[in-house]
Design a protein around this ligand. Structure first.
Ligand code: MG
Length: 237
């Protein structure tokens, strides 16, 4: 049996250098007429796009309906592709090599996105950094409800397409929110400290495994092979 991987985007696959914040701040300015600086206003790592929307209106002290949040998020999506050129972001260490290795050698290990980005936001970021052709399917943010709902949809999609043995669903993410949402659906978390949280902070939330950055493909494959299905005898490692 093979593990099934669920990938977070920001701080896990790539770092935009904060470029997305330009799009957000500009969308807020257009929508409310107010200056806004997402970076200082909200510790947004691990928040979904809609949760950032709700919190933005709260911080500004502006009552907002879900339609207001919707409009703000839609405008952010429109502004995002151009804003990604405003900073030198990166694909994080070993990500491309791992995804290419999985594509070429391990089609049995399925990968899905599990992200707090909306579908359009995810597509803009992954296209900009040349990862969309390697990873494009999964579950995205569609409203302001908890991230665990996105995890449940990602898992349901994976189960529609093949077996997801208990104990072999692995969420790969960079924040305690990823660990929490993995726990909520009974998945393991591979926590990676390439985003907004350091390794000590992440390991205090007891992920299945924590690492400073994703290991090279051989080591990555060795690591995920230690995730056993529930009830399967432990292998010698
Ligand atoms: Mg993240």
């Amino acid at each position: 049996m093979s593990p099934v991987l669920f990938w977070d985007i920001d701080g896990t696959l790539l770092a935009t250098g904060g470029a997305g914040m330009f799009a957000w701040n500009d969308a807020v300015k257009e929508h409310t007429g107010r200056d806004f600086d997402l970076k200082t206003a909200i510790r947004s790592a691990g928040f979904t796009d809609y949760q950032i929307g709700v919190r933005t209106f709260e911080v500004l002290g502006i009552p907002a309906s879900s339609a207001d949040v919707d409009r703000l998020v839609r405008r952010y999506e429109e502004l995002l592709p151009a804003s990604l050129f405003r900073k030198d972001g990166v694909v994080l260490p070993n990500v491309r090599a791992i995804l290419e290795r999985l594509r070429d050698d391990r089609p049995d290990v399925r990968s899905y996105l599990l992200t707090g980005n909306t579908a359009a936001g995810a597509r803009a970021k992954l296209t900009h950094y040349g990862l969309w052709e390697l990873l494009s399917r999964g579950a995205f943010c569609v409203d302001a409800t908890a991230r665990a709902g996105i995890a449940a949809r990602a898992l349901a999609l994976a189960r529609d397409e093949g077996p997801v043995p208990d104990g072999m669903a692995i969420v790969i993410g960079d924040t305690p929110h990823d660990i929490e949402c993995a726990n909520a659906v009974g998945a393991r978390t591979l926590a990676v400290a390439t985003g907004g949280y350091d390794l000590d902070e992440l390991t205090s939330h007891r992920p299945w495994h924590g690492c400073a950055e994703l290991p090279a493909p051989d080591d990555f494959l060795a690591l995920i092979s230690t995730a056993h299905a529930a009830g399967e005898p432990a292998r010698r490692e």
